[in-house]
Design a protein around this ligand. Sequence first.
Ligand SMILES: [Zn+2]
Length: 121
Amino acid sequence: MNTPGNKAAKKAQQNAPARSAPGRPLPITWVQSAFHETAAPGSANWKVYDNHGRYLEYVCACGCGEWRNLPVKEGEKVQGAWHWDGNLTAPTIKPSIQHVRHEPDDCNWHGYVTNGQWVTV
Ligand SMILES: [Zn+2]
């Protein structure tokens, strides 16, 4: 069937923001600031503070709209920061990232940033 309704539904699906799901990595979309409501899932930008190091500010890749700051450090894994490989455009960050559930409807997303992609576990 190719009714106008089906066409509209198909168009809406095509326009829906891409999200990461198991088996479906999502490339990071680099933006000026991930801290605004219109940023797409998986958007991110780097924040650098003189005394407090570097953060990846990002919008959750699952599509829930939550944003977070992830402290990263190049080189060895240190307490309080994730290990970052130093790549600014296609970073790999370890270990995995999990959104701690504060509210019952929080997403609890769990995955990795690998070669500039959000990889859902
Ligand atoms: Zn989420």
